[in-house]
Write a protein that binds this ligand. Structure first.
Ligand code: HEC
Length: 318
């Protein structure tokens, strides 16, 4: 009986592998340049899981996701190897249901990165695919730093519970909503033992993650427009009632340069806290007193939110 089961199992696997053999016919051991390798059907995605059209124009400081088509990997043992590391990169490989089908990469210096993915199937077939990635530095001199990243960690144990209890972001409807700035990247890291799926629900240009994040995976949402009055939020598609981050997206550049026109009198005065800026306006510097009206203007932002946006702008611009 045991033997028969064995034969049946082999038969089932063999059928599966025949399909795979067909798809990969003649490709055994082939290598391929670029990220879209037909042999292993690897797809590369941006940090927000949107599709990448030009794989030769990857940027330093940004996170990229590589994912292999699972349907072609039935029964295979997949391994990832580093062929060459011409750039300084952090590479994490993720395992889903025992199959290492995805990786997340961020490089902080420009250069080339070579990866090799090997899939070993039950019948002994082995398929190898190489991926050549080129990273450019769009911010030379900045060590590949694309500007500040706001991190929200979905803590282990969150499960179906409420987000926003462990940091600066609050739940929907909370008047003390969190703040992100235009130009910032909001990075959501899943540190939970269960999956979470960020879903940009309102007014954001970010993609809805097409797959749930595994433990340790992250999702980046670049904040590109100001949203103060409308509620701006990201929900967990697997827990939309409680798993949500609600925030204001503030354009600090507009506040500093247009609303307060700080540079009309002096240059960048860096190193002040939000409270010090508020005090300089209200009581410290008589020449700046007239700006108090802007601080207290009812424009959807509190005085301290405006002062902190100015502080953030001074800290993050030149
Ligand atoms: C109407 C002119 C004017 C504008 C507009 C102005 N400042 Fe000033 N600011 C001054 C003067 C004058 C001083 C005192 C002399 C100095 O430190 O340069 C000063 C000083 C400061 C100081 C030092 C404060 C201290 O306690 O020593 C900071 C910080 C500052 N300004 C920040 C800002 C910011 C931020 C803005 C925009 C919100 C701004 N200023 C807009 C005129 C101005």
């Amino acid at each position: 009986m045991k033997k028969l089961l064995g034969i049946l199992l082999i038969a089932v696997f063999a059928t599966g592998c025949a399909e795979i053999d067909e798809l990969f016919e003649g490709k055994k051991g082939d290598s391929n340049s670029g990220a879209s390798t037909n042999q292993l059907k690897a797809e590369i995605y941006a940090a927000d899981w949107s599709n990448i059209t030009n794989v030769n124009l990857l940027e330093t400081g940004r996170t990229y996701n590589i994912r292999i088509d699972r349907s072609l990997l039935d029964g295979a043992i997949v391994s990832w190897d580093l062929l060459f590391r011409g750039a300084n990169c952090d590479i994490q490989v993720f395992e889903d249901d025992g199959v290492k089908d995805q990786a997340q990469i961020v490089c902080t210096t420009w250069g080339q990165l070579g990866l090799e993915i090997t899939a070993l199937f039950d019948n002994g077939s082995e398929y190898i695919s190489t991926i050549n990635l080129g990273f450019i530095d769009t911010n030379p001199g900045g060590n590949g730093d694309q500007g500040p990243v706001r991190i929200y960690r979905v803590l282990n144990g969150t499960g179906g519970g409420t987000w926003g209890t462990n940091g600066w972001l609050q739940s929907s409807g909370d008047p003390a909503r969190g703040v992100v700035y235009v130009g910032q990247t909001l990075k959501i890291i899943n540190e939970d033992s269960v999956e979470h799926q960020p879903f940009a629900a309102n007014g954001l240009n970010c993609t809805n993650a097409p797959f749930p994040l595994l433990t340790g995976q992250s999702y980046d949402c670049e904040i590109t427009q100001e949203l103060i009055t409308a509620e701006d939020y990201i929900v967990d598609n697997l827990n939309s009632a409680d798993g949500r981050l609600s925030f204001k997206a503030i354009d600090a550049d507009r506040i500093y340069n247009d609303q307060f026109n700080c540079t009309s009198c002096h240059g960048h005065k860096t190193g002040s806290s939000a409270a010090q800026i508020e005090t300089a306006i209200r009581t410290g510097i008589p020449a700046m007193k007239f700006l108090e009206a802007e601080l207290d203007l009812d424009d959807g932002l509190t005085a301290s939110e405006k002062a902190d946006a100015i502080r953030w702008y001074l800290d993050n611009s030149i």
